[in-house]
Design a protein around this ligand. Structure first.
Ligand code: ZN
Length: 242
């Protein structure tokens, strides 16, 4: 079984299209989305429709629940808040029904998926340090947990003796005795200084995981963001990957 796993689309239709295209070429068996289908970007309904059509399991992200009133907007900074208010007005009833039904987590035999953290999914905390990662290995029992939320692709390995180490050479061969916490990065708003859309391919039988990047037409998305009257910063940051 080969899974295409991605997260944080953020209503960026051009980035989502590029990722789906790559995953179709890679001939994965199933696609999984770890949440934040909407928010920040100019095409929330189009992205919801594509995810609905192509993705087997989609989780809820904080930007999916916020425009439905599921999370206090005061929790967000000014730019995010503006985008959430815009998204709330833009979403069709059909999109809202889809977003409202998204689960917070899902457990598979060998892996677990969640948008923010396995330890406290509903708190929407970030895993930003080795200390955060260490705590979060307590939040799942499977070998591997895939997360999104911070928009940076990374992989932390916890070896049998409990040592934590960042793995940067892809593809990664998953060792039987070790456990893994993996951030698949962001499709529609990468913040790891690489503007290309990110996604992961997880091969269960071959025990490999790799993160891939694909360029997309950033100027088209930027123009749409400005035309929609969304904050300029949201357009600028796409080209910078931060
Ligand atoms: Zn996000």
């Amino acid at each position: 079984m080969r899974y295409g796993i991605f997260s944080d689309i953020h209503a960026n239709l051009e980035a989502l299209g590029a990722v789906l295209n790559e995953l179709e070429k890679a001939d994965v068996d199933e696609m999984i989305c770890l949440g934040d289908v909407v928010g920040y970007g100019p095409n929330p309904n189009e992205c919801v429709a594509l995810v609905k059509e192509k993705v087997k399991v989609c989780l809820a992200g904080n930007h999916d629940v916020a425009p439905l009133g599921g999370l206090d907007v005061q929790y967000f900074n000014y730019v995010a808040r503006k985008a959430i208010e815009w998204t709330a007005k833009e979403l069709t009833e059909e999109s809202k029904v889809f977003l409202r039904a998204l689960p917070m987590t899902q457990a598979y035999e060998t892996f677990f998926i969640v948008h923010a953290t396995p330890l406290q999914p509903e708190k929407w905390s970030y895993i930003l340090s080795m200390g955060d990662a260490e705590d979060n290995f307590e939040g799942f029992t499977q070998q591997t947990c895939f997360v999104g939320h911070s928009h940076s692709a990374w992989c932390v390995e916890k070896s049998e003796d409990g040592r934590l180490e960042g793995r940067e050479q892809y593809p990664i061969l998953l060792n039987d005795g070790a456990r893994y916490l993996i951030n698949v990065g962001s499709v529609g708003q990468p913040r790891d200084r690489n503007p290309d859309a990110a996604f992961g391919i997880f091969d269960v039988e071959n025990k490999t995981y790799e993160v891939r990047r694909v360029p997309y037409d950033i100027p088209v998305t930027q123009k749409k963001i400005l035309k929609a009257g969304l904050p300029e910063l949201l357009a600028e940051r796409l080209a910078l990957g931060q």
